[in-house]
Ligand binder design. Structure first.
Ligand SMILES: Cc1ncc(C[n+]2csc(CCOP(=O)(O)OP(=O)(O)O)c2C)c(N)n1
Length: 664
């Protein structure tokens, strides 16, 4: 079938009209990209992409990611025209409360939105992750007889995305990994937000991507025939390289008063809309879609449906021939977790005096065996983070089935890629680095939390216990800083069994990410607490680790490496002391009031919390009558034990503070 440029030009005009009307009605939003890239949208959604609006979760659909998320009306217009459940009423409610058309695209809120974008560059990283996942899916599920995965990842990014470091990290990784299923379209329009792009960039972006290892194409993004030819060349390239299409466009095309300048970027063009709609040939009726265009897309859906049904036939044959693989795929799609996951982790020997990162390394092996779709990775720190899945090998161009990803020193890129793997919908990604570098990852962790992605971060070297590397590498504010991100679980286990519980909790969670904060240094194992109490206690977020033997007088709360000090202190202090281990405040706060009150009886106001980090967050648990032992300063360069002692993270300090409460 040839490209129907006549109808698709009309579709581009209608899409421009929808964007103009929606931004005008909302009196906010961005017109530049939806107008400038309208022909690109027409070719992609009207011809080139494989998708099916009635089954937005079809596993072999092409993934389209709008990395330039500010241009959200581009996506909403095309999803509407394509026939997704994004009705005109929702377009009319652009950016309004509870609409399906939020300010920036949000995964899970709008069918057809593949990833939450808006923070520039993220979508590029997500697309690279999706390309990784698609390669893994091909390697692990396609057979000689049946190809069930062969989709492409198509990302539209602007100057802003490509200026961001995260996009460079991810793009370089994709080039190195030869992810030839990735088609990155650069909406090159010489304009950013404040100004013409030349005020902030002078690089040759095409050459940069060539250097990363991409095939580079350049095309006029308004010439639909030429764009399609370029897209097809990229799609069918046999070079084994990711594809980079420089699509030259005029930002704000259709509003000549602002087109081609930074004024076109946002909503400044709105005041010209009424006159310019006419010039485009649009009728006075707002939110107008011509009959020819809706008829065209109805017919096109038929073409797409045929393609989909052909695939379903192959899929059925594949399922019949490969029941085990099919069952595995279902577990991925439905985020199924073995109910007995925690019990598949062997108990640690009672003489284990190991770091929780080492315990994590041991726990990860049975977890990844029980969950074959778990994927791991490290930002060049496997030697320290110890999270290599030992039953498997590296993921690389020669081994797409490998479950271990070497991200290089690209923490932020890694976390955006992990999100992309999760968005893709089959694999369960995890990644590792030093906890202190979580700040490099924070924007992606935040988005994983917002988009409810089940990503697991295995971040080690979690306190000043890091020691000699000094304050640059010693987290003090990091754990609490992460705890304030909504929907992120932060678990800081205190011994090997709590680590087992932490991994089980993290990989069992399906509605959001979990960050595991693990120690560099060895910790004693708490054999006095039964194994299942420690493991189960982690899943509840907090539990009684040491029960008072007399009348309850004082509660000592502790996490991670400080649990040992709380328990040692309680033993010295006698009858009335209870120790509550709090590996995960978020999980604890999700428990019902009865459990929380059982663990922390409200009447008991004498409370002490200890954590080798900033103190603020602990007031919610100790109240104004309580005391907190923590570190409200940066650490110091010295052996870890010495730094802990110097900064007061000791059993003796807990004893003294509890006694001071008693005296008060
Ligand atoms: C990380 C991040 N920084 C800043 C912004 C604010 N912002 C939104 S769009 C934009 C400029 C983007 O320029 P470009 O990608 O060229 O988009 P175009 O002007 O072509 O629409 C900026 C700075 C953002 N969304 N994300």
């Amino acid at each position: 079938m040839a490209l129907n440029t006549k109808i698709l030009s009309q579709a581009a005009t209608d899409a421009r009209g929808l964007a103009m009307d929606a931004v005008q009605a909302a009196a906010s939003g961005h017109l530049g990209l939806p107008l400038g890239a309208a022909e690109v949208g027409a070719v992609l959604f009207g011809y080139a992409l494989s998708y099916l609006p009635e089954d937005p979760g079809w596993i072999n659909r092409d993934r389209f990611v709008l990395s330039a998320g500010h241009g959200s009306m581009f996506l909403y217009s095309w999803l509407h025209l394509a026939g997704y459940d994004v009705p005109l009423d929702e377009i009319k409610r652009f950016r309004q409360l509870h609409s399906k058309t939020p300010g920036h695209p949000e995964f899970g809120e709008t069918p057809g939105v593949e990833s939450t974008t808006g923070p520039l560059g993220q979508g590029v990283g997500n697309s690279v992750g999706m390309a990784v996942a698609a390669k893994m899916a091909e390697a692990r599920f396609n057979t000689k007889e049946h190809t069930i995965f062969n989709h492409k990842i198509v990302c539209l990014a602007g100057d802003g995305c490509l200026q961001e470091g995260i996009a460079s990290e991810a793009a370089a990784f994709a080039g190195h990994q030869k992810l030839d299923n990735l088609i990155l379209i650069y909406d090159s329009n010489d304009v950013t937000l404040d100004a013409m792009a030349k005020l902030s960039q002078s690089e040759d972006t095409a050459e940069r991507f060539r250097a990363y290892g991409y095939d580079v194409h350049t095309v006029n993004g308004h010439d639909m025939e030429a764009f399609l030819a370029t897209y097809e060349a990229a799609k069918h390239a046999t070079t084994g390289k990711p594809q980079f299409i420089v699509s030259r466009t005029l930002i704000g095309k259709g509003i000549p008063e602002v087109a081609g300048t930074q004024k076109a970027h946002g909503e400044a063009g709105v005041k010209f809309v009424d006159a310019d709609r006419k010039a485009l040939g649009l009728p006075d009726e707002k939110f107008y879609v011509s009959k020819e265009v809706s008829d065209y897309f109805a017919t096109h859906r038929g073409v797409l449906k045929k393609r989909y049904l052909d695939w379903q036939e192959t899929f059925s044959a594949w399922k019949a021939a490969n029941p085990e693989l099919a069952a595995l795929l279902q577990t991925g799609i439905h985020h199924e977790v073995p109910k007995d996951l925690v019990s598949r982790i062997p108990a640690f020997p009672q003489d284990s005096k190991i770091a929780t990162r080492k315990a994590g390394s041991e726990v990860l092996q049975p977890v990844s065996e029980a969950m074959p779709l778990v994927i791991g990775g490290s930002a060049d720190l496997y030697g320290s983070t110890l999270n290599y899945i030992q039953s498997d090998k590296d993921f690389n161009p020669e081994n797409r089935a490998g479950r271990n990803i070497r991200f290089g020193i690209r923490e932020h890129g890694m976390c955006a890629i992990l999100n992309g793997i999760a968005y893709h919908g089959i694999f369960r990604p995890s990644g590792a680095t030093f906890l202190v570098f979580a700040d490099y990852c924070r924007a992606s962790i935040r988005l994983a939390s917002l988009a409810k992605l089940p990503v697991v971060y295995i971040f080690t070297h979690d306190s000043v216990g890091v020691g000699e590397d000094g304050p640059t590498h010693q987290p003090v504010e990091t754990v609490s800083g992460l705890r304030v991100i909504p929907n992120l679980d932060v678990i800081r286990p205190g011994d090997p069994e709590e680590t087992a519980g932490a991994f089980a909790a993290a990989f069992s969670r399906t509605d959001g990410p979990t960050l595991l904060a693990l120690t560099r240094q060895a910790l004693p194992i708490q054999n006095d607490i039964p194994v299942d109490v420690r493991r189960e206690g982690v899943s509840k977020g907090a539990y009684i680790a040491h029960k008072e033997t007399g009348k309850l007088d004082t509660i000592v709360l502790a996490t991670g490496s400080e649990l040992q000090h709380a328990i040692n202190a309680a033993k010295q202090l006698g009858d009335g002391i209870r120790v509550v281990s709090v590996p995960c405040t978020e999980r604890f706060l999700r428990q019902d009031a009865a459990y929380r009150d059982e663990v922390l009886p409200p009447a008991v106001r004498k409370r002490v919390a200890i954590e080798a980090g900033v103190t603020n967050l602990w007031y919610q648990f100790v109240g104004l009558d309580g005391k907190i032992i923590g570190i409200d300063r940066f650490g110091m360069s010295a052996p870890g034990g010495k730094v802990m002692t110097e900064l007061g993270i000791t059993t003796e300090h807990v004893v003294a503070v509890v006694k001071s409460l008693a005296a008060a």
